[in-house]
Design a protein around this ligand. Structure first.
Ligand code: RIB
Ligand code: CA
Length: 316
């Protein structure tokens, strides 16, 4: 059983990742959902996290975190997610629930320190909250089993040629996280593209219950970018770390020491995976799990099946 905290910026793919996890309560228990600025303002990210929960009648605590990166200017991803961060699902109603009174860093610290067992953190947005959590309360590190993140890349970027959005958005935060003793698994761009969903499978999707209804609405909006670029598939980025929890055997993973570039003009936010190996890196004792590839068909099947499971549990 994976006991997890989700930290992210929902966001279409963030929400689909949350729902993929929600479909598997026998394997994943979601203890808390913290939000951070990224795809949209942090207020809108919290609003989205709450309204999706209302739609399914679940009430996982939502704690709101940082509204700015540590030092950089904001770059919201309106072009992919619309002004609300979750455009395209008008039937989702504003929630009457509120975020937790405590800031995400305080809330997560309490959840971690009061837990007898270690907890995994699944990060799906910029690492601002996580960096400040471990910097302010280093004692939580002993309570974190592993940080599994959607972020970074081995080589292929999206924000810049070799930099991924979540890391580029707050590179100083990412540097703090990668310089820490945390155990880290990095689901970067390569693994996300390897698991991309075919547009023909999205077109064939029929809404049969609450799960597939929301899935179809979200994907119809989110996949517009793929149509504009003549792609035949679209990566649902943030689902990748959740899929890694559910089906680790479908991924190809290699171990690397990873450093985050915080000064480069064309490489800001690059996650530099050191390929030189132990001869050059005798001091490195904490390599990261870097996800490089996966079985697309297995990924796609498990992804769509998750929403059919939600359909069975939550009728329209
Ligand atoms: O680069 C992909 C990441 O950026 C995902 O977390 C997605 O939600 C976007 O914000
Ligand atoms: Ca995200």
């Amino acid at each position: 059983m994976h006991r997890i905290i989700i930290d992210g910026d929902p966001g279409h793919d963030d929400i689909l990742a949350f729902l993929t996890a929600l479909a598997h309560p026998e394997e994943i228990e979601i203890l808390a959902y913290s939000t951070v600025v990224g795809n949209a303002t942090v207020e809108n990210c919290s609003r989205n996290a709450l309204k999706v929960q209302d739609y399914f009648g679940v009430a996982i605590p939502v704690a709101q975190g940082y509204e700015q990166p540590l030092t950089r200017e904001l770059h919201l991803a309106y072009q992919f997610h619309g002004k609300t961060g979750l455009d395209g699902a008008p039937f989702l109603k504003e929630s009457q629930r509120r975020v937790e009174k405590k800031h995400a860093v305080e809330y997560l610290k309490d959840v971690l320190l009061s837990s007898e067992e270690k907890i995994e953190i699944v990060s799906m947005g910029p690492l601002t909250n996580i960096a400040m959590l471990i910097k302010t309360y280093p004692e939580v590190i002993a309570k974190i089993e592993r940080l599994i993140m959607m972020g970074g890349c081995f080589s292929l970027g999206n924000a810049l040629p070799k930099s991924e959005f979540n890391i580029y958005h707050d590179p100083e935060a990412a540097r703090i996280v990668f310089d820490s003793p945390l155990k880290i698994a990095m689901a970067g761009i390569e693994a996300c593209f390897a698991g991309a969903i075919l547009l023909k499978d999205i077109e064939a999707l029929q809404a049969k219950g609450k799960g597939t209804r929301l899935l179809k609405s979200i994907l119809d909006f989110y996949s517009q970018y793929a149509y504009k670029n003549n792609w035949d598939r679209i990566p649902i980025f943030d689902v990748t770390p959740i899929m890694y929890l559910l089906k680790p055997e479908i991924f190809r993973v290699e171990q690397y020491h990873v450093e985050v570039e915080i000064k480069g003009e064309v490489t800001l936010g690059m996650t530099v995976c050191d390929e030189r190996g132990p001869v050059y890196l005798p001091e490195v004792i904490n390599p990261r799990e870097v996800l490089l590839d996966c079985d697309r068909e297995e990924f796609s099947k498990a992804f769509f099946d998750s929403f059919r499971i939600l359909d069975e549990r939550y009728e329209l």
